[in-house]
Design a protein around this ligand. Structure first.
Ligand code: FMN
Length: 179
């Protein structure tokens, strides 16, 4: 059974966190965001690397939260390849929620341009963008450079929870307008 069919059976909402990570920082952020997403009512959060995520998992998601290390100011080729491979799913993804996160080596290293590159892909998929909560910064998503701190963990958790809660409201309005 696909993840989407399983969630439909349980009436749950499916949040997919996709990341690319070579040295582990972005993966760590992905796991914190997933913990937050899973706190929202009836939300199932799954974490997949760019290499392992499947088309079925992508299409089954009510929200996709995608994250990348900054490579030359933009998302990595590995994450970009996910958006490239799944281009044929655009009609299925239209009206769902997308959100972004990034890590960088330097504190001004390009996290925002990288998040914007991810947001741009989501917009072209017809998706609705959600940023981080006002009390964690209120900008384009979550990001950090250097070492993870407890404060950052807390921000990542709250970001994941916010995206999942908004995705639940959007999914519910989509299913009402479909019936
Ligand atoms: C090919 C390459 C390009 C990079 N480009 C940038 C950059 O433009 N700006 C920056 O601040 N860090 C850059 N970095 C550093 C990574 O963004 C940073 O170490 C990141 O946190 C690594 O994430 P990971 O641990 O998930 O692999 C680059 C690293 C690599 C390997």
């Amino acid at each position: 059974m696909t993840p989407g069919a399983f969630c439909a059976l349980l009436n749950t909402m499916n949040v997919l966190i996709i990341y690319h990570s070579r040295t582990g920082r972005t993966r760590e952020l992905a796991n914190e965001i997933a913990e937050g997403a899973a706190r929202a009512d009836a939300a199932e959060a799954i974490v997949r690397s760019a290499d392992e995520v499947t088309r079925d998992e992508f299409v089954a998601a009510d929200a996709v939260i995608a994250g990348s290390p900054v490579y030359f100011g933009t998302m990595t080729a590995e994450l970009k390849s996910v958006f490239d491979k799944f281009v044929g799913t655009r009609r299925k993804m239209e009206g769902k929620v997308g959100a972004a996160f990034a890590t960088s080596g330097h504190h001004t290293g390009g996290k925002e341009t990288t998040m914007m590159s991810i947001i741009q892909a989501f917009l072209i998929y017809g998706m609705i963008i959600v940023g981080d909560p006002l009390d964690t910064g209120g900008h384009y998503g979550i990001g950090f450079s250097g070492e993870m701190t407890d404060e950052l963990r807390d921000q990542a958790v709250r970001f994941g929870e916010r995206v999942a809660r908004i995705a639940a409201a959007v999914a519910s309005s989509r299913s009402q307008s479909a019936s």
